[in-house]
Design a protein around this ligand. Sequence first.
Ligand SMILES: [Zn+2]
Length: 179
Amino acid sequence: MVFPDDYPYEKLCEKPKGMKVILQERGLWGSGLKGFCGNKEISLENPRCCARHVLATQEDFLNQKPILQEIIEGLGHKVIFYPKFHCELNYIEMYWGAAKRYARQHCTYTWKGLQETVPQALDSVPLSHIRKYAQKSAKFMECYRKGLTGVQADYVLKKYKSHRAVPDFIFENIDELIK
Ligand SMILES: [Zn+2]
């Protein structure tokens, strides 16, 4: 399972070793070990339930980065993952939303039309708007850092839309403000 450092990324998935061979190499194989116990959750207290879970609880498997991250970092870049299901923290979603709105309004219901409209839609959003989306995401992050829930953050950002930063007294009195 350990590939040399210069092993090409495209080939990483070509010849995976079997679970049994890997476990044997590590002295973790035992007769009667099932391939998979059927539990979707890994029990960290009983990692002997099946081969898949014995392997999954190995240090190097737990520390395995996603391949996407490995490739990007391998090229010298940093990777920052946004929390799942929090599109409000990623301002590109707001940009995308504005571009989609333009595309809907200028839709000719033809494939050819769409090919022309999509690049126009992306260009139709002014940089000043994109910067505002980024500021909005930053404000959401600030609200969450200060302990607000999603609903509270939403309320505060609507109410203090024109403010550069959310005033501090808001965070102190949030429970009074939203009832
Ligand atoms: Zn298991």
